[in-house]
Design a protein around this ligand. Structure first.
Ligand SMILES: [Zn+2]
Ligand SMILES: [Zn+2]
Length: 350
């Protein structure tokens, strides 16, 4: 800088900024930070979610206040080391005041601004509440059992897995149930989103086995695209994990679910097989898991165990299963064809 430099605004001698202003002219011409005096926001009158960046979210008021400051704060180009402090003060249901202090450096000079924002909340209805009110649905889920009526308990367990999805923290706002109720042989539900229906169907199959049939129906056109509705029909098998079933004259325990059908474990010998859902249509349940009993061993020899018959308290001898661990003092027994049978896979008190 040569000796003739001076402030372009007032003619003062150096020191000068890069734009040739003295400190006092820099300060009088600079708005270090700007914030609006009022900020308007929307809250859903039905579910109390707030609109943030075109989405509806559950958020605490104070955290939301901070977010509004971040959204609206403008800083001058070239500012460094900026610090923002704020104090949130609720006034009433719809209004709050935020005191904001902004500090930082510009051209080596320290700046410090105080702001006050009035945050006003007005009522709106979010997309998901609008759709719920309009009985909107994208998918139908049909819960059925293969070959018989679902019991109340089965229905409760199946329906419970939907609540698990709906209660997840990051659950999509379109994940809602529009309508549900009993139908012959099962339960039908209308759901707000196709993706909810598919997520639930996957969960049902993983937990309870069975199959899902998917059909799509064209319901109209909207803005040049086809609008379709999805119907998912879930068929729960007539048996559960742990049940003893008879298939082609052999008895098996239902061991696990796979895509094409369950795996079965023989009750007589160390053998496991995979079968299809179709194969299993010929199977009959001989003793469900809930009818099986864990019972103490009274006496054990090389081939059999004495136990007390739970129906008449007489001592009976049952053959010990092929995988019996001799340190285990109990057996799991099932009443099949008028006889108590000890089952493999039992590992002590449950
Ligand atoms: Zn000046
Ligand atoms: Zn809402």
């Amino acid at each position: 800088m040569d000796g003739t430099a001076f402030c372009i605004a007032c003619g003062s001698p150096p020191p000068l900024t890069s734009t040739r202003l003295c400190e006092s002219c820099l300060r009088s011409r600079t708005k270090f930070s700007t914030l609006p005096e009022r900020v308007q926001q929307h809250r859903c009158a039905k579910c109390s979610m707030y609109e943030v960046e075109k989405r509806w979210v559950n958020i605490g008021e104070e955290e939301l206040g901070e977010l509004r400051v971040r959204e609206n704060l403008e800083l001058i180009d070239g500012s460094v080391g900026v610090k923002v402090d704020l104090q949130y003060q609720p006034i009433d249901e719809r209004t709050s005041r935020i005191y904001v202090t902004v500090s930082g450096d510009l051209e080596g000079y320290e700046f410090h601004d105080d702001h006050e924002i009035l945050l006003q909340t007005s009522n709106a209805v979010c997309q998901s509440c609008t759709r719920k009110a309009g009985a909107y649905f994208e998918a139908t889920m049909q819960l059925r059992s293969a070959g018989r009526r679902l019991t109340d308990n089965e229905l409760k367990n199946l329906r419970g897995t939907l609540d698990e999805i709906l209660n997840e923290l990051e659950s999509d706002p379109m994940f809602f149930v529009t309508k549900e109720g009993p139908v012959t042989g099962g339960w039908d539900l209308q759901l707000g989103s196709k993706s909810l229906a598919r997520t639930w169907a996957r969960k049902l199959v993983k937990r309870f086995g069975g199959t899902v049939k998917e059909t799509s129906t064209l319901v109209g056109m909207r803005e040049g695209t086809e609008v379709t509705r999805l119907t998912l029909s879930y068929r729960k098998p007539a048996y559960d994990l742990g049940d003893v079933i008879r298939l082609k004259k052999n008895d098996w325990i239902v061991n696990s679910w796979q895509k094409d059908g369950p795996t079965l474990r023989s009750i007589k010998q160390n053998q496991r097989i995979g079968v299809t859902w179709r194969d299993m249509e010929k199977a009959t349940v001989k003793c469900s898991l809930s009818d099986q009993i864990v019972i103490d061993i009274l006496n054990l020899d090389s081939s059999g165990a004495e136990v007390m018959d739970p129906s008449d308290y007489k001592v009976v001898t049952v053959a010990i299963p092929y995988d019996h661990d001799r340190s285990c003092s109990s057996l799991r027994i099932a009443f099949i064809d008028d006889t108590w049978i000890a089952l493999p896979g039992h590992r002590g008190v449950e």
